[in-house]
Design a protein. Structure first.
Ligand code: ATP
Length: 239
């Protein structure tokens, strides 16, 4: 993709926490409708990459361009208003609000409405009157995704959405995330430890190791390269 067509462009990004540098010289481009999986072992900087996109780390080098504009000076709220949707690893649903209130309280004008979110997650419609703390882990994750959609983002960042969920829920949520970009055209970046799940949810992939990109390809090419998966993730094959 030509960099001038990109929705998001990272150029030689270095970032971390205080004096600790975590991300080192990261560059990639994402166009509208693209889906990217971010893979890597524990502690290599996957979450830090998403936190950096949201403005929650210290950027010490490089540039992050969002629709061609350098967003270094924007805080997380401003980035959210600019179209970055964030589904944090901890889900952070409002425990004392109902499902429907969790969704409507953050709603911004745009194509994603309550009805559309309920269409994607019928389970949330059934649980619309339940409080956030009355939901199962899977329902909370669906709510976290639905809530991010209600802000009508142009890019959805998902941090390990499948963590701790039962296989049947992983299947249901995975199908919804796949539908999000194949049917709804949503641009997504998903951080995921497990390569089978990650590569099913995105058409392109990067592998991070110690804060650097060590592999970048289509998901299909990575799936077909057990030696790459083994080298960087210690799994012999994405089976
Ligand atoms: N708030 C923080 N302050 C200081 N260091 C941090 C902070 N968050 C993460 N780190 C450090 O940054 C490095 C990368 O962590 P990060 O959470 O981005 O990795 P990860 O690839 O997402 O790991 P995991 O798969 O275990 O979640 C680690 O060494 C971690 O200890």
């Amino acid at each position: 993709m030509n960099a001038t067509d990109s929705l998001l462009q990272l150029e030689h990004v270095r970032a971390g926490y205080g004096d600790a540098m975590v991300l080192d010289d990261l560059s990639f481009c994402l166009g509208a409708g693209d889906s990217l999986a971010v893979l890597g072992r524990n502690g290599v900087g996957k979450t830090t990459l998403l936190e950096t996109l949201m403005g929650n780390t210290r950027l010490t080098g490089g540039r992050i361009l969002w629709q061609g504009r350098d967003i270094a000076r924007l805080d997380a709220c401003q980035r959210s208003r600019a179209g970055l949707g964030w589904v944090p690893q901890e889900r952070e649903v409002f425990a004392s609000l109902t499902v429907e209130e969790n969704l409507t309280v953050v709603a911004c004008r745009g194509p994603w409405t309550l009805d559309r979110v309920y269409g994607l997650f019928p389970r949330l419609r059934e649980r619309r009157a339940n409080l956030g703390n009355e939901l199962s882990g899977g329902e909370q994750q669906m709510l976290a995704v639905g809530r991010a959609l209600m802000t009508n983002p142009r890019l959805l960042l998902l941090d390990e959405p499948m963590e701790g969920l039962a296989p049947i829920v992983v299947e249901e949520l995975g199908a919804a995330i796949i539908a999000l970009h194949t049917q709804e055209g949503m641009t997504t970046i998903v951080v995921e430890q497990h390569p089978v799940i990650a590569l099913a949810m995105a058409s392109t992939a990067i592998i991070l190791d110690r804060g650097r990109i060590v592999h970048q390809s289509s998901s299909a090419a990575l799936r077909a390269s057990p030696e790459t998966l083994d080298r960087w993730l210690n799994v012999a094959a994405a089976e």
